[in-house]
Design a protein around this ligand. Structure first.
Ligand code: PLP
Length: 435
């Protein structure tokens, strides 16, 4: 501390209680993103949180050190009440986690170094030898691979069902999973969903899954990858999911300049995952946590603009003679999918699939002709991206399975950014001329 020190007895400089309500009005997430979980008074008045580059934290006393470790090791319930060591937690990550919880109405959140780290640690925390995971399909290819190839090494098997499945179909899948678990001598340890699915945008009926799991009296969490529509357009905890999973690399980070992930939910579901993260590591680093807080301040602005742009672009594309169809949530053709959308989603998002008349050659000519949209995988950034899943992100998926999932050779995946919508339409128009 220096002579810049402020008189701590000054009333202006006393730590302020957190404001989440004004005159009975609950403040909205967009407002809370500017200050929630951080008090400048504790950091020399710095308006933005400093980046805490430290591996370890000094204990006020030996007794405090003991108490903190009782929390970390689970000897005392409720977790650590102080900072210990940066593999467990640190200030930037704690503020980030507080802010992430706000969007999903979750009690607790955990940040990770990537979306896949979040997913792998989550599954490892719940799966024991010979257990069964029930999951919707399609999943992000690496998630599907982790279940089918990595967890398989420990005798964990899976049963999957197509995203659009009905209550009756989900009941039947859970029954099959329970039988499989009984035969293996394990249990059904998790129902893992991804909605909308990538790249087809097929939606899962979360409410039906909740009802099925309750009817089957399964004591396992329902987790859902909400990367495509969250945190703005879908809040799965409101539909009965227990754990929400994000690749923060996408819309939340939003600038294609970082890789991170998170999970959020009730404390009782987060605690086992926190314990495993304490052991394995995989927590997000402080620089990335800081960048994500910067990003969260504009996530509603960015997603709203990208969503408006996508609606305009899709209106144009839907009428184009070289376009066979669109997998866009703003133009659903199937009555059951529309019903799920109406119950679960507040907006159609800005990632969709474009089906061209033709096949791979036509898609490649289209992609190579684009001038504004960049040819890259990933999504949710400020810039528009386009890619060809069948030959890129889903190349490792067997051809038969690809067909089953609707990942055809004439499918281009597009993630619309926040550019000017008419400029984007002009770009797609000239690229379609090249097809
Ligand atoms: C990108 C992505 C992931 C993986 O996230 P990383 O941050 O790349 O590890 C998981 N699920 C979905 C739906 C994704 O789009």
């Amino acid at each position: 501390m220096s002579d810049h020190d402020i008189d701590p007895t000054s009333p202006r400089m006393a730590p302020k209680p957190e404001v989440t309500k004004i005159a009975g009005r609950e403040l909205k997430p967009s407002t809370l993103m500017m200050g929630h979980g951080y008090d400048p008074v504790l950091s020399e008045g710095s308006l933005k949180p400093p980046i805490f580059l430290t591996s370890t934290f000094a204990f006020p006393s030996a007794a405090d050190g003991k108490r903190h470790f009782e929390g970390i090791t689970g000897k005392r319930p409720g977790g650590a009440d102080g900072l210990v060591y940066s593999r467990f937690n640190a200030p930037n990550q704690e503020i980030l986690e507080d802010r992430l919880s706000v969007w999903d109405g979750a009690e607790d959140a955990l940040s990770f170094s990537s979306g896949m780290t979040a997913i792998c640690v989550l599954m490892l925390a719940y799966a024991s030898q010979n257990d069964v995971i029930v999951h919707s399909g399609p999943l992000y290819a690496a998630s599907e691979g982790f279940v089918a190839k990595v967890l398989a090494k420990f005798g964990v098997t899976y049963v999957d069902f197509p995203a659009g499945a009905t209550r009756e179909e989900i009941d039947a899948v859970l029954e099959k999973a329970q039988t499989q678990a009984d035969e293996q001598g394990g249990k059904v340890c998790m129902v893992y969903l991804e909605s909308p699915g990538n790249p087809t945008n097929a939606l899962v009926d979360i409410e039906a899954v909740r009802a099925s799991v309750d009817a089957a009296q399964l004591d396992c969490p329902i987790a859902i990858d909400n990367t495509f529509l969250g945190p703005l357009w879908q809040r799965p905890l409101d539909q009965g999911a227990d754990i929400v999973v994000y690749s923060l690399t996408k819309y939340v980070g939003g600038h294609s300049d970082l890789v991170a992930g998170s999970i959020a939910g009730a404390k009782k579901w987060m605690d086992p995952v926190r314990m495993l993260r304490n052991t394995m590591g995989g927590i997000c680093d402080p620089n990335t946590a800081w960048m994500l807080m910067r990003s969260l301040e504009t996530v509603e602005l960015r997603m709203s603009r990208a969503g408006d742009n996508a609606a305009k672009v899709c209106n144009y594309l839907a009428k184009h003679p070289k376009v066979e169809g669109l997998g866009y949530l703003g133009m659903i053709k199937d009555a059951r999918q529309q019903d799920i959308y109406d119950r679960h989603c507040k907006g159609a998002g800005s990632t969709f699939s474009l089906l061209l008349k033709g096949g791979e050659a036509e898609c490649f000519r289209f992609l190579d002709a684009l001038k504004i949209a960049k040819l890259a995988v990933s999504l949710g950034g400020t810039e528009t991206l386009a890619s060809h899943p069948a030959s890129m992100t889903h190349l490792s998926v067997a051809e038969g399975r690809r067909a089953e999932l609707g990942i055809s050779d004439n499918l281009v995946r597009i993630s619309i950014g926040i550019e000017d919508a008419d400029d984007l339409i002009a770009d797609f128009e000239q690229a379609l001329e090249a097809v």
